[in-house]
Every structure is written in structure tokens, then in C-alpha cells.
Design a protein around this ligand. Structure first.
Ligand code: ASP
Length: 315
């Protein structure tokens, strides 16, 4: 179905077990996703740019402690928060990204600033923080990023010695849930954009960086094909160059968005252990939200259809 404008968001994919989910928690996730979709919808309905819509959506997701990005970012091995983010404009494939940044309130807006105000695509660690300060982007003390839930996850991970994807809730079952947030949009002018932001993996060390800030791996946008934001086991998404592979299947094999996404998520990532999913939009405003995990926090809104939010697989 063609839509004048379309927006999809995600709040991470993974093994989201129903028995760990309370009705209150489920309700809170749906409400947060709705709020984010409404904000992005406001931008798109008024004729705003896809780029502004995805930035606005991801900023809100970063501000929510429910998701593994910005305020709710997971802890590193050293008990800190190191965040990655990327944004890409489908009009000209301009892009900006930051990796391993600490204390920045909204990494996605720093990524946007890298795109708009520097000659570079990817800045990392203290240099990226210095760039953010020079552009007066807000920082926050360590306490801002503290959530008890994430802290407990780190203690579990330290005990077991594992590096965990987000949303570990059970000591018995190996934690497999993933976090990360993202948004993709097509605006009324036919332009596409994608944005992704994450705290990465609980107990990560050695300045580990995932797929989210890597253009083509976790984030990609090109008006000629699609805009993509991924979530899942980042190392696999990097090796698969997952986001760009969807665009390639469309460009070189002439596949539809849905078919290209299916191949990448189910035929390429899944067999090698790449768990997770992605959200995607094409030039006609078609949306696809495939995942090979048991759930993915996700939602959509278009010019023709109301808000839809979901966590588990559609019945
Ligand atoms: N893809 C992210 C990373 O590997 C994690 C996630 O999606 O939860 O950093």
C-alpha cells in the first residue's frame, strides 16, 4: 500500500519472554511507543522532513529509561555507559554517527550534528564528546543514566562472565533480549531517513562498538531503495552488512522491500546465529518490520493508517 508518509520505530528485539512481562510493563512499553509515533507523526503530517521525524522519534526513545539508549543505556563492564548512534539522509546519503560516547544526553542529535556541521561521518570517544560540547549539545552526569534494572543486569553479567544483549531478566535463562532504538521514515516529499541509537551490550569491554553507528550495518538510507534501522546481535549485523544488503537486494535484484528484508533477516542472519530484526521503509511508503527473535518492540503510523504497536509476533 502506498502512503504519502510513513514512520516505523523500534525499541529493540530479542527473546522477550511472556512470563517475564507484567501487564503494567507491557502497557508502559506500548504507551512509550505511541508517544514516540505521535511525535514523529506530527513532524510528517505538517510536511516536515523524514530526517527531522526520525531524530525526534529517537530522541524521545533515548529519553525513556525503558529502552537501551540514552537515559536507559546498559552498563559496560566498568559500570559506565558508552553509547553509539547514527543518522542517515536518503536524499544524498549524507550520514553522521558517534561511537563510545559518554554523558551525552541525546547521542542521536550529536550524530546529526556530525552530519550537518563536520566533514566527517563517524566520531568516537572523547573526541566526539568534545565535538558535542563545542556545539553546545547537552550532557548529563553519570547518575542520569543510572537505572536499577540495568545495574542488576550488569551484576548478573559479571557473575556469569557473559556479554549480554539487553533486557536480561532471568538468572536461569541466558539473557538474550536486545535493546537499541531506531526510526525510519518517508516524508511527503518522498525523502527517506533512518536513525539508530544504543547503549550496546551489558558488560561490554575494550571500547566495543556494535552495528548501530556503522553505516550500512545497523543504519542505512537511500531514496532510491529504502531506509533501515537494525537491532540485534551487532557483530552478526556488521558481518552481514545487514542494512545495506536490504538496499542491494532491492537495487540489484529488483526485489520488493518485504522480500529483501525477509532474505536478510531470515535467510542470511538467522542461519549463522544473527538474532534480531529491523525496521524498513521504501520510496513508496511501504513498511516492513521483520525479526527472527521472539519479539521486537515496534510501531508504525502512516498517512493512511493509525498507530500500531506490538511486542510479540503477530497472531
Ligand atoms: N545492535 C546493538 C549492538 O550490538 C544491540 C541491540 O540491538 O540491542 O550494539
Amino acid at each position: 500500500m502506498k502512503s504519502t508518509f510513513a514512520l516505523a520505530v523500534h525499541g529493540g528485539a530479542g527473546t522477550i519472554s511472556r512470563d517475564q512481562m507484567t501487564p503494567e510493563k507491557e502497557q508502559a512499553y506500548h504507551a512509550a511507543l505511541r508517544q514516540v509515533l505521535e511525535a514523529g507523526h506530527d513532524v510528517l503530517r505538517q510536511g516536515g522532513a523524514a530526517l527531522d521525524a526520525v531524530e525526534a522519534a529517537v530522541r524521545l526513545l533515548e529519553d525513556s529509561p525503558l529502552f537501551n539508549a540514552g537515559r536507559g543505556a546498559v552498563f559496560t563492564h566498568d559500570g559506565r555507559h558508552e553509547m553509539d548512534a547514527a543518522i542517515m539522509d536518503g536524499r544524498d546519503r549524507s550520514a553522521g554517527a558517534v561511537a563510545g560516547v559518554r554523558n551525552l544526553q541525546n547521542p542521536i542529535s550529536v550524530a546529526r550534528m556530525v552530519m550537518d556541521k563536520s566533514d566527517h561521518v563517524l566520531l568516537a570517544w572523547p573526541g566526539a564528546e568534545e565535538f558535542a560540547r563545542e556545539h553546545n549539545l547537552p550532557t548529563q552526569p553519570d547518575e542520569y543514566f543510572f537505572t536499577q534494572h540495568r545495574h542488576d543486569q550488569l551484576q548478573e553479567a559479571l557473575e556469569s562472565g557473559g556479554i549480554h544483549l539487553d533486557h536480561s531478566e532471568s538468572k536461569k535463562a541466558p539473557p538474550k533480549k536486545m535493546g537499541t532504538v531506531g526510526a525510519v521514515a518517508r516524508d511527503q516529499h518522498g525523502n527517506l531517513a533512518a536513525a539508530t541509537s544504543t547503549g550496546g551490550m551489558t558488560n561490554k569491554r575494550y571500547s566495543r562498538i556494535g552495528d548501530s553507528p556503522i553505516i550500512g550495518a545497523g543504519t542505512f538510507a537511500d531514496n532510491r531503495t529504502c531506509a533501515i534501522s537494525c537491532t540485534g546481535s551487532g557483530e552478526y549485523f556488521m558481518r552481514a552488512v545487514a542494512a545495506y544488503d536490504v538496499a542491494c537486494l532491492m537495487e540489484y535484484r529488483g526485489l520488493s522491500l518485504a522480500e529483501a528484508c525477509r532474505i536478510v533477516v531470515h535467510d542470511k542472519l538467522e542461519p549463522v546465529g544473527g538474532e534480531g530484526g529491523l525496521i524498513a521503509v521504501d520510496g513508496a511508503g511501504n513498511l516492513a518490520l521483520p525479526f527472527n527473535s521472539s519479539g521486537m518492540y515496534r510501531g508504525t503510523i502512516t498517512s493512511d493508517s493509525p498507530i500500531f504497536t506490538a511486542i510479540y509476533e503477530d497472531k
